[in-house]
Design a protein around this ligand. Structure first.
Ligand SMILES: [Ca+2]
Length: 461
C-alpha cells in the first residue's frame, strides 16, 4: 500500500537541479545563515507568485523566481500558538502540549523551556539568534524568546488584537499590548502602523551586527493578523485595499532583509524562507486574506486553514525557478535546517518532522518523506489525515483526492469505504501514540507585569 501511495505522489519539478547541487556536498568553512519570515494569518492566495491578481509582491516573487515554491506546504495547526510551537520544535503541537488553541494574555503557561527550538539548536551550533515580531508561545518568566534560544527579542508577546479588539464595554478586559525588547516592556500599545517597519529595521540591524558570524533571524511579523495596519508609505497603494497595503509592506520587508544580506556579502551563505502561520481570517472579509483556490481559512481543517504559501531562496543551494509539489510541513524545517547547517538535531526525543533537504535542493525524483500528516482542530482535537493524495476528515467523514480536487468539492468516501476505514484507523492510532508520548508545557505562577497596567497609558492608533 505504501509503495502505491508513494508512486501516486507527483515528483518534484526541478528544472535546474544541477545548479543547486554545486554547494550541497561542499563543506564550507561557515555554515549557512538561516532567515525565516513567518507572517500571521496570510492566505495561500495572497502573493502574486501564488496567483493573486491585485497584490503586488515583487520581492517575494523574485525570491520564487530565483528559488523554489512549495505548493503543498502545511502548518501543523490552523491557529497561531500551536502552529508556532510546531515550526520551532519540529513536533506536532500535541506532542509538546501546545495544541489547545492560542495563548491569551492571562494564560499561565507556554512552550516548555526544555523543548529544543530551532534557535536553541543553532545557538548551540555557534549562531547568533534573533526574533523580531510576534512570539505567542508564552510570556511569563522563562517562556519568552530569550528563554528559548534567542539572544535577542524585539516585538510583541501575543496577538496584536489582544487588547483593543477584546476590550469592549462591560467585559472587564484589562490586558494591553506591550512592545518588548528582551524581557523589558518598552512601550504599551505601540503604534501598530509601524510594527512591520520597526521589526524589519531591528532585524536588518541584527544582520548588520552579526554578518561576520553565522546567524538565525526569525521574523514572525504580527501582520496581517487583524487589526491590520500599514505605515504611511504603504497605505493606499494597493487596489486590494488596506490588506493589500499590509502585504506589500511585508514584501518590502523581505526586500530589506535581502538587501541586508547582499550588502553584507552573505546572500550566498544564507537560506531565506518565507511562509505563514495559518490561513486567512475569512470572517473579516476585506481585512482578511484569501486562500485562493482552497476552501476554508484560519481555524478550519479545510486546506485553506493549513496549506500556506512557501518560498525558499538560497543562491547556489536551492535551484532557481523551481516548484516542488511534494507534501512538506513546518515541522520539517528543524530537521532540514539541522542537515543544511550541520547542527545537531535533538536525539533524546521524538521529532515529528522530516529532513526535506533533497526536495529543497531539487534532487530529481525526490519524494515527500511525510507518509501521513495529521490535521488537528484549533482546539487540538484530531480532525483528519492526509496520506499520499488522499485526505480524510473524520467529521463528517469526507474523503478528498487533493491532487485532483484542491478545493475539496467532491467527497469520494462512498466510492472508497475501505480506504476511509483504513485512514480513520491510522489517524486514531498515530494520534494515540502522540498523546501517550506527549511532553508537558511549562506553567509559571507569577505574571511578569500587571495586566491592568494600561489603564493609565497611552492609546494606540
Ligand atoms: Ca495566525
Amino acid at each position: 500500500m505504501k509503495n502505491t501511495l508513494i508512486t501516486a505522489v507527483l515528483a518534484c519539478t526541478a528544472s535546474n537541479a544541477h545548479s543547486g547541487a554545486s554547494s550541497a556536498g561542499e563543506q564550507e568553512d561557515r555554515p549557512p545563515n538561516v532567515v525565516i519570515m513567518f507572517t500571521d494569518d496570510q492566505g495561500y492566495g495572497d502573493l502574486s507568485c501564488f496567483g493573486n491578481p491585485t497584490i503586488h509582491t515583487p520581492h517575494i516573487d523574485r525570491m520564487a523566481a530565483e528559488g523554489m515554491k512549495l505548493t503543498q506546504f502545511y502548518v501543523a495547526s490552523p491557529v497561531c500558538s500551536p502552529s508556532r510551537a510546531a515550526l520551532l520544535t519540529g513536533c506536532y503541537p500535541k506532542r509538546v502540549s501546545m495544541h489547545e488553541h492560542v495563548i491569551f494574555p492571562a494564560y499561565d503557561y507556554g512552550l516548555h523551556v526544555d523543548e529544543v527550538t530551532i534557535a536553541d539548536m543553532l545557538s548551540e551550533h555557534g549562531y547568533a539568534t534573533g526574533c523580531f515580531g510576534k512570539w505567542h508561545l508564552g510570556h511569563r518568566e522563562g517562556l519568552l524568546p530569550t528563554d528559548q534560544g534567542f539572544d535577542v527579542f524585539f516585538g510583541v508577546p501575543y496577538s496584536n488584537d489582544m487588547s483593543q479588539f477584546h476590550r469592549k464595554p462591560g467585559n472587564n478586559y484589562k490586558h494591553s499590548l506591550p512592545l518588548m525588547r528582551q524581557k523589558d516592556i518598552i512601550e504599551w500599545e505601540p503604534d501598530q502602523r509601524l510594527l512591520t517597519r520597526r521589526c524589519t529595521e531591528e532585524a536588518v540591524a541584527f544582520i548588520d551586527r552579526h554578518a561576520d558570524e553565522p546567524f538565525f533571524v526569525y521574523v514572525p511579523h504580527s501582520m496581517p493578523h487583524i487589526p491590520i495596519y500599514a505605515s504611511e508609505d504603504f497605505e493606499g497603494r494597493s487596489p486590494r485595499g488596506l490588506y493589500g497595503d499590509v502585504i506589500e509592506e511585508i514584501d518590502w520587508s523581505v526586500g530589506e532583509l535581502r538587501s541586508a544580506l547582499e550588502r553584507n556579502g552573505v546572500a550566498d551563505d544564507t537560506i531565506l524562507i518565507f511562509t505563514t502561520d495559518n490561513g486567512p481570517w475569512l470572517p473579516f472579509k476585506a481585512h482578511g486574506g484569501s486562500a485562493g483556490p482552497l476552501a476554508g481559512g484560519k481555524g478550519s481543517n479545510q486546506e485553506g486553514g493549513q496549506r500556506v504559501p512557501f518560498v525558499a531562496w538560497s543562491p547556489g543551494r536551492i535551484p532557481p525557478g523551481t516548484v516542488c509539489r511534494e507534501v512538506a510541513t513546518t515541522m520539517d524545517l528543524l530537521p532540514t535546517i539541522a542537515t543544511m547547517t550541520g547542527a545537531d538535531i535533538p536525539r533524546d526525543r521524538v521529532i515529528d518532522g522530516h529532513d526535506i533537504t533533497p526536495l529543497l535542493m531539487g534532487v530529481p525524483g525526490g519524494v515527500s518523506p511525510t507518509e501521513a500528516f495529521l490535521y488537528y482542530t484549533a482546539r487540538g482535537k484530531l480532525a483528519g489525515i492526509r496520506r499520499g493524495k488522499w485526505k480524510l476528515l473524520l467529521e463528517p467523514g469526507t474523503l478528498f483526492d487533493l491532487e485532483v480536487d484542491i478545493s475539496e468539492q467532491w467527497n469520494r468516501a462512498e466510492q472508497h469505504p475501505d480506504l476511509v476505514e483504513e485512514l480513520r484507523t491510522e489517524a486514531i492510532d498515530l494520534d494515540q501514540k502522540i498523546t501517550v508520548e506527549a511532553r508537558p508545557v511549562l506553567k509559571v505562577a507569577e505574571p511578569l507585569w500587571d495586566p491592568g497596567h494600561r489603564e493609565t497609558d497611552q492609546k494606540g492608533p
